[in-house]
Design a protein. Structure first.
Length: 86
């Protein structure tokens, strides 16, 4: 699993210096991973909507994981967890 993540991340960022110099041709978040061809029948508007929804869900998951890590490492740092009885 970790090897797959490393390969995917490496392909996603291209050469690190390209991003800072402004010569990168890759679009953030677009890995070109549609091996089943599921987006061919969708309109551009619907594809953009799905991309937005995926970004929002990913951000919510990152916030949730960060709060769980904070809860375990810094007691009392996530007040809602104290309320629901963790």
């Amino acid at each position: 699993i970790l090897a797959f993540i490393m390969i995917a991340e490496g392909e996603g960022v291209s050469h690190a210096g390209d991003n800072f110099r402004g010569v990168s041709k890759k679009i953030p978040g677009d890995m070109g991973f549609d091996w089943m061809g599921m987006t061919k029948s969708l309109s551009e508007e619907k594809i953009n909507r799905y991309k937005t929804v995926e970004k929002k869900n990913g951000r919510a998951a990152m916030i949730a994981m960060a709060s769980l890590f904070a809860l375990k490492s810094i007691p009392g740092s996530v007040p809602i967890m104290d309320v629901i009885g963790n």
